[in-house]
Ligand binder design. Structure first.
Ligand code: ADP
Ligand code: ZN
Length: 432
């Protein structure tokens, strides 16, 4: 029988022991950045706080936040604490919202990242005899190599299929007997749909687990993927600024455990920036605890989330986070109501008449911001004609009104007319 935990000591530590460990690492990290990175020296001095002011965990609240623009202003390596001779890898975010964010790693950073990934994948049933198909994009994006490294450390058979060439993905699942599939949830849905179209029943293949992340997805979407793919859908969360994936992972009970020995989490009110209590929603903030090349201090992720101390049946004591509601950048304010794409998704996925494929359009109606959702009819509904389509659209719209509290017109388009995702799905099209 194989061991239950990848690293039992660290995964099941008592809260007190973890906090003592975190405090020690935090002290080291604030000193490390203050002494080596001019940006942090200026930022700490500006807030009249010194590394020695950190005497207990709560003292971290005295330290300045780090925001995305600091990374952009210091692009590419201004926040790097070590000389290039000590950097062994550089990743970068996709940079869809401006210049990419860089992520340099020392050999030690890379090793720790690999451990975090192995820990998560191990919790998700990946073992040495697993055939793991890695369909995350390989390259600058942290997903592809992050999953590769973690899987290699466990020692399973990795099939680095990369993102795209969907029919070949299905062929490989069948021919190589993949048990585990790693990709974004939206790409998994693309694969499921393509398999259905090709007449391949994924439930009859060896595929049993999915290791999904890199974008927000709802529980409703997870249920849909599990039912149609015949898999257990696990989750990973992370960001380039921290390490990439590996920040947190779900166990078999769907609780998302944070690797809190590597990243120290806080939640703050995004308006006042004051800490909020466990169980309350706010913006997720992380401080790196063991990084050397580019440790982030109180990094504002812009991800909206809730932290909880749950007693998880898996035995892990690592703190948990709820599913990400969305990025604050993606929050839409329509008729004074805050709306996240995930809320639209959770309603849409409940309707069997449409595919769980959608796009949200934002446009101007006179001077007012307006929203509209496009989703695809299932073939039978589409063939039933315009009246049926209209009826379904009205039904979905009414449910949106009930759940989200605003009028969201729904347009049902023909099957296969919305572009399929192979990586991070683009949900919002801003035409304002
Ligand atoms: P980019 O900003 O270009 O997307 P990253 O690949 O670093 O670059 O993306 C990190 C972001 O992706 C996170 O801050 C979060 O918004 C999103 N993300 C990653 N994993 C998840 C997940 N499991 N659930 C929700 N959002 C996620
Ligand atoms: Zn658990």
């Amino acid at each position: 029988m194989s061991k239950k935990f990848w690293d039992e000591n660290l995964e099941t530590m008592s809260e007190n022991a973890m906090q003592a460990f975190q405090l020690e690492k935090l002290k080291e990290t604030v000193t490390w950045v203050y002494d080596r990175i001019p940006y942090y020296k200026t930022a700490f001095d500006g807030q009249k706080v010194k590394p020695s002011d950190l005497q207990k965990l709560d003292d971290l609240a005295k330290f300045p936040f780090t925001v995305k623009t600091a990374l952009r202003d210091n692009y590419p390596f201004g926040l790097c604490a070590v000389p290039m001779s000590e950097v062994v890898r550089v990743h970068a975010s996709s940079g869809t919202t401006g210049k990419p964010i860089t992520g340099p790693y020392t050999a030690e950073d890379l090793d720790q990242w690999t451990e975090c990934m192995a820990r998560g994948l191990w919790a998700q049933e990946v073992r040495t005899d697993t055939v793991l198909q890695n369909a995350y994009g390989m390259g600058l994006f942290t997903g592809g190599l992050g999953f590769l490294q973690g899987a290699m450390r466990i020692g399973c058979a990795v099939v680095p299929s990369g993102a795209g060439m969907t029919e070949r993905q299905i062929l490989l699942i069948q021919d190589f007997g993949a048990d585990a599939l790693c990709c974004t949830p939206s790409y998994c849905l693309t694969i499921i749909e393509a398999a259905e179209r090709m007449g391949v029943d994924l439930k009859k293949t060896k595929l049993r687990t999915g290791h999904f992340g890199a974008e927000p997805w709802t529980v409703e979407m997870r249920n849909e993927i599990e039912a149609r793919g015949g898999i257990h859908a696990y989750e990973h969360y992370g960001l380039t600024e921290l390490m990439g994936p590996g920040v947190s992972f779900t166990c078999e009970y769907y609780n998302i455990h944070i690797n809190e020995d590597h990243v120290y989490p806080e939640i703050v009110d995004p308006e006042t920036l004051q800490p909020v209590a466990l169980g309350e929603e706010g913006e997720l903030i992380f401080t790196a605890l063991q990084r050397r090349a580019m440790p982030m201090i109180r990094y504002r992720t812009r991800d909206i989330c809730t932290l909880r101390r749950v007693k998880c049946d898996c035995g892990r004591t690592l703190i948990t986070m709820d599913k990400i509601l969305g990025r604050s950048d993606d929050m839409m304010i329509i008729s004074g109501v805050n709306v996240f794409p995930s809320q639209v998704e959770s309603v849409l996925v409940e309707f069997a008449e449409v595919e769980p494929i959608y796009q949200i359009r934002l446009y101007k109606k006179g001077h007012i911001d307006a929203i509209m959702v496009e989703t695809e009819a299932r073939k039978a509904i589409y063939e039933a004609g315009p009246e049926k389509i209209e009826e379904v659209a009205k039904k979905i719209s009414a449910k949106m009104q009930q759940v989200i509290g605003i009028n969201v017109p729904v347009k049902i388009v023909s099957p296969d007319s919305i572009e399929r995702s192979i990586g991070k799905a683009k949900r919002v099209i801003d035409q304002r």
